[in-house]
Design a protein around this ligand. Structure first.
Ligand code: KG4
Ligand code: ZN
Length: 347
């Protein structure tokens, strides 16, 4: 049994996964109610909430799985990328358990775990593949030759897709988090009502994304002024629905085009998609259509493994099999590269 701990952003999560990748328990304490009035995650508040919740969440995960600490083969903990203060809470809990129990510690890349959710869902090997991670903090395309060791092909040069959903929701006066709210509003809107920009759409050599221009285009359409200087509650519901649908379609168009371009470039015929935005119903529908028309196999993470959770850190089993355990000088990192604590980091 593996105990996995996740605290990279605003979800405190723990899960127990067996070596057949069966999720025995997955506990997620969401902080949405804490952050929603700010329209985004407030890092210091997130760290404090993690401190309050991490031990009860771990206890609950063990209890639900019917597993004792002695039954654990290893402790997996997400160390990067994410909010440093938040990550440190999970890492400290993970290191302490590993030290006290004398169990191996495994460092998890949160983004790779998002893609591994697809492997778990498939129930069999799905690699080699191209992988897309679309979340609140990242929009990354990877070449995935095997279940670990993903190679970054390209990412966003400004906002992540989820961040654009959250910011556009705020512009439209919709609830936080913005993704589900925009999806809901878009149900009654027209995706062709407004023609918003689609960055790098036809530039097949450029496996990069840009969503900040799209966000600004929505803002100009709504008011031509910053939020706060117009009355968001006075926007007509149909106008909001059309804006939401047109914005969502622009994001989906670009995501699909870049996936297809990456598949062609890397000569892969499997696409896996994970991350919070992969929960989007329109994206899932359009991905299925593209898989048919472009003849590739599609594995999208199941809804419960799209938004942040600890179960997807089952990728630790692969790392353990490769002998890739971590030492207690393991450190967190805001970015995509893993770090160890060194003199420079301790000062
Ligand atoms: O992966 P995740 O839970 O956290 C990060 O690692 O960032 O992703 C959260 C993001 C948020 O920006 C949220 O608005 C977006 O995923 N999201 C969605 C949907 N559900 C969550 N975006 C579009 N449509 C959805 N249904
Ligand atoms: Zn995530």
């Amino acid at each position: 049994m593996l105990l996995a701990i996740e605290s990279s952003c605003d979800e405190t999560a723990a899960a127990v996964i067996d070596e057949n990748l069966v999720v025995r328990s997955s506990v997620i304490a969401s902080q949405t109610v804490i952050h929603q009035r700010f329209g985004g995650v407030v890092p210091e508040m997130a760290s404090r909430a993690h401190v309050q919740r991490i031990l009860p969440v771990i206890d609950e995960a063990l209890e639900k799985a019917g597993v004792g600490l002695d039954d654990l083969a290893a402790i997996a903990v997400v160390t990067h990328p994410g909010l440093v203060g938040s990550l440190l809470v999970g890492l400290t809990a993970g290191k302490t358990l590993a030290l006290v129990l004398g169990k191996p510690l495994v460092a998890i890349n949160h983004i790779e775990a998002h893609l591994y959710a697809c492997r778990m869902h498939a129930g069999k090997d799905i690699f080699p593949a191209v992988g897309l991670v679309v979340s609140g903090g990242h929009t990354n395309l990877y070449d995935c030759p095997g279940p670990t060791g993903f190679e970054l092909l390209g990412s966003t040069i400004d906002d992540a897709a989820g961040e654009a959903f959250d910011k556009v929701a705020s512009i439209l006066g919709l609830a936080y988090p913005g993704g589900p709210a925009i999806q809901k509003a878009a149900e009654t809107g027209s995706p062709t009502a407004f023609r918003f920009p689609r960055s790098f759409l036809k530039d097949a050599d450029r496996l990069e994304f840009s969503f900040s221009g799209l966000k600004t285009a929505v803002l100009y359409e709504v008011a031509g002024k910053p939020p706060g200087e117009y009355d968001r509650s006075a926007l007509a519901p149909q106008y909001v629905a059309d804006l939401a649908a047109s914005f969502q379609e622009a994001v989906v168009d670009v995501l699909i085009a870049k996936c297809v371009q990456a598949l062609r470039k890397m000569k892969r015929d499997v696409l896996c998609v994970g991350g919070g935005v992969a929960a989007n119903a329109r994206l899932r529908q359009r991905l299925e259509e593209a898989a048919l028309s472009e003849s590739f196999s599609l594995v999208v993470a199941p809804l419960e493994l799209c938004t942040d959770n600890a179960a997807m850190s089952a990728i630790a089993w692969e790392l353990l099999a490769q002998g890739r355990t971590a030492e207690l000088d393991l450190d967190v990192s805001a970015g995509l590269v893993r770090r160890r604590a060194g003199p420079a980091n301790r000062s």
